[in-house]
Design a protein around this ligand. Structure first.
Ligand SMILES: N[C@@H](CCC(=O)N[C@@H](CS)C(=O)NCC(=O)O)C(=O)O
Length: 317
């Protein structure tokens, strides 16, 4: 099997959900450590400029965003599944959690450890990523609201766990568990578990659910350099899409030139030729001497895929 390569950094909570998914599926993987502050020229060469982490690479296929990374891992190794109760409930819960908890979690994080974050990190997040200042001082006025909101959300997790027993959507772990775990993990790991448990009034059932998830671990991992990852892509041939290519609901078709851009933050358009699209995933092709031909995968939810005005002539994908 082609190697599974994860581009990530330790502090990244979105990366933590994928590290745990790899552990849960018992997959061996290669770890490419990325600097928390760009520039990241080799990663950009692989993603076409998409800057968020984590990014999963399997040969010349590049998966941007945890939504499509979960799907790629599921295709690679269906059991144990990340969607025991169906993909819809797990993805909808994950989408809500990711969108709703990001800012409050950062607000609480910087209250406790903000003075240790380097200026370069803070100014990058303000100028190039979020568009607002996440320094301790700037986030302080809203701290009570962040705590109130995270406490309310955590209570909903307790309610879900109370209904189902072991996990949020049923008696088996799903992608929703790994997702809803990640911002609480960020806070407990960096601010102190007891501090956060008390601050957010975390219920014992939430704490023991988190302990069960942490026990999954990250599986079998070995380091790889970014240079080796680029060479792996260059030497590989991208896979054929796993779904019929012409399922875009707005009429963009294989061969069209498109841009794909996150709608929430880090809004850097990635330009490429559409290879395939369905309602959940879009795959575009990019070519460069450095990387060879790549297929770059994005989710549909949370991303805008738009035709490029001068790209009307369809080319062979
Ligand atoms: N929707 C994305 C969000 C990923 C995300 O926000 N990742 C953070 C790190 S946890 C990030 O990329 N921050 C900016 C950066 O590292 O450049 C996903 O699910 O993968």
């Amino acid at each position: 099997m082609t190697e599974i390569i994860l581009h990530h950094y330790d502090l990244s909570p979105f990366s933590e959900k994928i590290r745990l998914a790899l552990g849960y599926k018992g997959l061996a993987w290669r770890s490419v450590k990325v600097d928390p502050v760009p520039p990241r020229p080799l990663l950009s060469a692989l993603t076409g400029g998409y800057r968020r982490l984590p990014v999963l690479q399997i040969g010349a296929d590049i998966y941007c965003d945890t939504q499509v990374i979960f799907r790629a891992l599921e295709r690679l190794q269906p059991e144990p599944t990340l969607y025991p109760d169906g993909e819809g409930i797990a993805r909808a819960l994950s989408h809500w959690w990711d969108q709703a908890t990001w800012k409050p979690a950062i607000g609480i994080l910087v209250h406790y450890i903000g003075e240790h974050l380097p200026d370069a990190f803070l100014s990058d997040r303000k100028e190039n990523y979020l568009g607002y200042d996440i320094s301790k001082g700037a986030m302080a006025p809203m701290l009570p609201a962040y705590i109130q909101e995270m406490t309310a959300f955590s209570e909903w997790l307790a309610s879900m766990l109370g209904r189902t027993g072991a996990y949020l959507t049923g008696d088996r772990l799903s992608a929703a568990d790994l997702t809803c775990y990640h911002s609480l993990w960020l806070l407990r790991a960096n601010c102190g578990a007891e501090t956060i448990d008390a601050q957010l009034h975390l219920r014992p059932e939430v704490v023991s659910w988190m302990e069960r998830i942490a026990a999954i671990g990250h599986g079998s991992v070995s380091e790889m350099t970014p240079e080796a990852a680029v060479a792996t892509a260059r030497d590989a041939t991208p896979s054929e899409p796993a779904f019929p290519p012409d399922g875009d609901p707005t009429g963009i078709a294989p061969g069209d030139r498109v841009t794909v851009t996150p709608v929430d933050n880090a809004r850097v358009p990635v330009d490429g030729i559409l290879v395939a699209a369905d309602t959940q995933e879009i795959v575009i092709r990019r070519d460069s001497a450095e990387t060879g031909t790549l297929h770059i995968h994005f989710p549909r939810a949370g991303f805008a895929a738009l035709p490029v005005a001068d790209g009307s002539s369809r080319t062979a994908a």
